[in-house]
Design a binder for this molecule. Structure first.
Ligand code: TRP
Length: 384
């Protein structure tokens, strides 16, 4: 089972935010992302995204091999996805922003899975029509972030199964119930949708190879909580003639409350891309911080930016400039900067982002179709 440190649990369906990431690397058996891998990437991209410099992406499997494949001219692709259980919040778009950067810098196609089926099977009650509707809502966010529609191919599970099933039949045969139970903690009362679901998430990793009819090496940017899928995918890939998918893992954006990741289960601590800017501002002003109880104490003792969700928002999303981020860190630690000012500045940046993002989201309604895989490719076939 995938129980992490600090009483924080990290399974694909439950993950906390201020976790000990070094310990997670040990538990999951991945590798820390070091200057070696970062410089390898830099040799191609010429520059390095702040999320790499700041170790927001902190762990990987075979990222170095993936870059080597790219350099040697092997066809490469990106894969990530989303369980459309609600509107998108800032924690969700964090890896997508980085994925877009990789897409632009490396000129790669991205396969994006929307798992309306998974979220339906996982929910108590719920209806599939609603999860399906949310899948389309979430595509608007991909569009607003500027993911290239010509190079971004969205698979909606409940509608595009023909793209996955020819692969899934082969994958399913290689996975036993015992493996599933060990990896995901399934029990006798887990519905069989959930039990089958991992086959579909794994199958997308092999889809590019099937679509292009040649070896395609795939890199998956995602949270480490998705790792159980990829471990199974990597185990069975060689026996099916596919490359093992590589991974790069991001840290989770903390929620604005005390501890925990930004999560739809605590909407008051999450900023959704659909929140009115005024709503978002309120959430930020009410946020928990690493500050002292009074301004006087803050001036005297300073704050604790390392455990402050407001500072993390700057670090992970809203301050590109390293020098300015450093200055903010020190101003907080020395008590020169009070939480009220720090929150007000963040609120302004977030409100500006939301206004812009929402205008782009609206504009994207007219071209969502351009992202759908079914409008661009034919499904792979068993019979060649
Ligand atoms: N299981 C993921 C979720 O619950 C959705 C998902 C599908 C995904 N394929 C993926 C996430 C690939 C990351 C990478 O949100």
């Amino acid at each position: 089972m995938f129980v992490a440190s600090n009483e924080a649990t990290v399974t694909p369906w439950e993950a906390e935010a201020f976790v000990d990431y070094d310990k997670l690397i040990k538990i999951f058996g991945s590798k820390p992302l070091t200057d070696n891998e970062i410089n390898l990437l830099k040799s191609i991209t010429g520059e390095i995204h702040p999320m790499l410099r700041r170790h927001v992406f902190y762990s990987h499997r075979d990222f170095d091999k993936f870059i080597e494949s790219y350099r040697s001219g092997i066809r490469c692709a990106l894969y990530t996805g989303r369980g459309p259980s609600g509107h998108t919040h800032l924690g969700h778009i964090l890896p997508w922003i980085f994925t877009k950067w990789l897409q632009d810098k490396l000129g790669l196609e991205l396969f994006f899975q929307m798992t309306d089926d998974e979220k339906y099977w996982h929910s108590e009650g719920g209806n599939i029509e609603e999860f399906n509707r949310l899948a389309y809502e979430n595509i608007l966010d991909l569009a607003a972030l500027g993911l290239d529609p010509a190079k971004t191919h969205v698979i909606i599970d409940s509608e595009d199964i023909a793209f996955l099933y020819p692969i899934a039949v082969k994958v399913a045969k290689k996975i036993t119930f015992s493996t599933q139970k060990g990896a995901f903690g399934f029990t006798e009362s887990t519905n069989v949708g959930m039990i089958f679901y991992p086959v579909l998430q794994i199958s997308v990793a092999f889809l590019p190879t099937e679509l292009y009819g040649e070896r395609v090496d795939v890199l998956i940017p995602a949270g480490i909580d998705q790792d159980p899928y990829w471990r199974i995918a990597r185990d069975l890939a060689p026996s099916l003639g596919y490359s093992k998918p590589a991974q790069i893992h991001n840290k989770l954006l903390p929620g604005l409350g005390i501890g925990g990741k930004m999560s739809s289960s605590k909407p008051e601590t999450a900023i959704y891309t659909t929140d009115l800017p005024e709503e978002a501002v309120k959430k930020i002003i009410r946020a928990y911080t690493g500050g002292q109880p009074t301004a006087e104490l803050q001036r005297k003792l300073g704050g604790d930016p390392d455990h402050c969700p407001v500072f993390k928002m700057y670090e992970m999303l809203f301050e590109e400039d390293d020098k300015k981020l450093q200055d903010r860190y020190h101003a907080c630690k020395t008590g020169a900067l009070l939480c009220g000012e720090c929150k007000a500045e963040l609120a302004e940046r977030v409100a500006r982002f939301l206004k812009d993002h929402q205008a782009k989201r609206k504009a994207a309604e007219s071209y969502v179709d351009k992202y759908l895989i079914r409008n661009k490719f034919n499904p792979p076939r068993i019979r060649k």
